[in-house]
Design a protein around this ligand. Structure first.
Ligand SMILES: [Fe+2]
Ligand SMILES: [Fe+2]
Length: 146
């Protein structure tokens, strides 16, 4: 789908995050990270969360969503749900080393995947529909994290 230019950097992040989501799931793809140990995946997740995921969530929560809020009741509900998912993802990462690490990585992989797909397919499309060229207001404020 063609994205508004202002939010293309977030879609770029989504691409990177989706790959990570696949790589940390149980029995997954044959990339270097996908084939590496559980311990290595846990370490990678913790550092990627700080360096890439958290700044990504912050761009959504502090730049994009404030512009999108208060214009459409359905969109407002979607944004609230997305912010709750950010918190849930953060809590999962903070407990990733507690208990069954392989299961935790698998759970996080599925949660990240469904979160990103929801944003790309539903929430961002709705934001573009409701805001249109108002998105130009925040042009240049959002950049890709990698
Ligand atoms: Fe998000
Ligand atoms: Fe996102």
């Amino acid at each position: 789908m063609k994205r508004h230019k202002t939010i293309i950097p977030l879609s770029h992040d989504h691409h990177v995050i989706l790959k990570l989501a696949q790589e940390i799931k149980r029995n997954f793809i044959k990339t270097v990270l996908g084939k590496s140990s559980i311990e290595n995946k846990v370490k990678h997740v913790i550092s990627t969360f700080k360096k890439e995921l958290l700044p990504h969530f912050n761009h959504e929560e502090n730049i994009l969503f404030p512009l999108a809020k208060g214009k459409d009741a359905e969109l407002d509900r979607m944004i609230d749900e997305i912010i709750e998912e950010h918190d849930k993802i953060g809590r999962l990462v903070s407990k990733i080393e507690v208990g069954d690490k392989e299961q935790n990585l698998d759970d996080l992989g599925f949660l990240l995947e469904s979160h990103i797909r929801k944003e790309e397919r539903i929430v961002f499309s709705k934001i573009e529909e409701i805001l249109g060229d108002e998105l130009n207001i925040i042009e240049g404020q959002i950049y890709a994290k990698r």
